[in-house]
Design a protein around this ligand. Structure first.
Ligand SMILES: O=C(O)CCC(=O)C(=O)O
Ligand SMILES: [Fe+2]
Length: 358
């Protein structure tokens, strides 16, 4: 079975790798100048315009999550069981990593056909302008990469990543079942989840993102609008606003950080599995001139070669099947080619397409 790294290697994305040290720039270079976008942000913070915050100890959590996935494609969770100390540790790791000198970070640069390491966002290749951010991707063991960054004390940082990865895997399993339960799908309905429904063979990647202080935030873009190619993504943001999600009819809505909370995005593969009942959320990140923003995304997908298709329980005479079967491997290939149009490319022909991406 191919690993996630092998899959990415098969679908190289060509991203310009030489870029200036963003921390040293006093002005926004032309190559980073996007058109005005702040005016498209919806500042109305009434209840309907706030991303749902769900307490996982609530006995009704599954229904609340299901409702959030249908209407928003994103929610935040509290009482998720991830120790706050671990969140602080991973945040500290990210801060330390991104504050290394530029030439030092480039020692661990992602290769053009690689997946792990330091570099610009993979989606950069789809846009004419550069994004005001830097990233570091971890797939599997971070040992090799961390040795390049911290020849002396890489062990300490490896331990944090391994612990974070393990903890997120457990949380992802819990969230998957809460999301599926609300669709009426239980453990015996999903063979690839394993005998105990543990999703043991799921593939995952960890994405650290840094958005440095920006001299002209209104014209810069931290991360351009995209959906995640995952089943679900669990995101930790360091209490600094910037993440926005698109809500149909309301425009861009800021996901206000909640103390100790984690953001959960519905990904493209979950939209397919749910036969379009759950929405893969379009999101982007804006930057600011006051504080560096950091985020850590746990990108969770199925085993690479498992066919993901609309679940049979969700398809019937009145609910036509909307998507073809795809493996994660195949879907990442489609995404590498068609980016935000990938979901409509795997849509069954003849079914009405909703995926009109702005
Ligand atoms: O930084 C964020 O809040 C979002 C990051 C993100 O969307 C991603 O890594 O895919
Ligand atoms: Fe994302």
């Amino acid at each position: 079975m191919p690993s996630l790294s092998e899959i990415y290697r098969a679908h190289p994305v060509h991203v310009q790798h030489k870029h200036p040290d963003l921390n040293s720039l006093q002005e926004l270079p032309e190559s980073y100048t996007w058109t005005q976008h702040q005016d498209q942000t919806n500042n109305n913070s009434t209840l309907n315009h706030t991303v749902p915050v769900i307490d996982l100890n609530d006995p009704n959590a599954s229904n609340l999550i299901g409702h959030a996935c249908r209407t928003w494609g994103v929610y935040q969770v509290l009482n998720h069981g991830v120790p706050i100390t671990l969140l602080h540790d991973i945040q500290h790791l990210g801060e330390t990593l991104f504050s290394l000198p530029s030439h030092h970070k480039h020692r661990a640069a992602r290769s053009p056909d690689g997946v792990d390491g330091y570099g610009l966002a993979r989606i950069s290749s789809f846009f004419p302008k550069l994004m005001w951010s830097e990233g570091f991707t971890i797939v599997g063991s971070p040992l090799e990469r961390f040795r390049q960054l911290w020849p002396q004390d890489y062990h300490r940082y490896c331990d944090i990543v391994m612990q974070y990865d393990e903890t997120m895997k457990k949380l992802a399993e819990k969230l998957m079942w809460l999301m599926l339960e609300s669709l009426g799908i239980i453990e015996e309905d999903l063979k690839w989840a394993g005998a105990k429904g543990e999703f043991k063979k799921t593939c995952a990647a960890l994405q650290l993102n840094s958005y440095p202080i920006c001299p002209d935030p209104d014209r810069a873009m931290g991360l351009a609008a995209h959906t995640d190619s995952t089943l679900l993504t669990i995101l930790y943001q360091n209490n600094i606003s910037g993440l926005q999600v698109e809500r149909k009819g309301s425009g861009w809505v800021t996901v206000a950080p909640v103390n100790g909370g984690l953001v959960v995005n519905v990904g493209d593969l979950m939209q397919i599995l749910s036969n379009g009942l759950y929405r893969s959320v379009l999101h982007r990140v804006l930057v600011n001139r006051v504080k560096q923003r950091l985020s850590v995304a746990y990108l969770c997908g199925p085993p690479a070669n498992v066919e993901i298709c609309p679940h049979e329980k969700l398809v019937g005479p009145n609910e036509p099947r909307l998507y073809k079967s795809v493996t994660w491997n195949e879907y990442l290939g489609t995404k590498a080619k068609h980016f935000n149009k990938a979901l409509s490319k795997v849509r069954v022909s003849g079914s009405m397409s909703e995926e009109v991406i702005s």
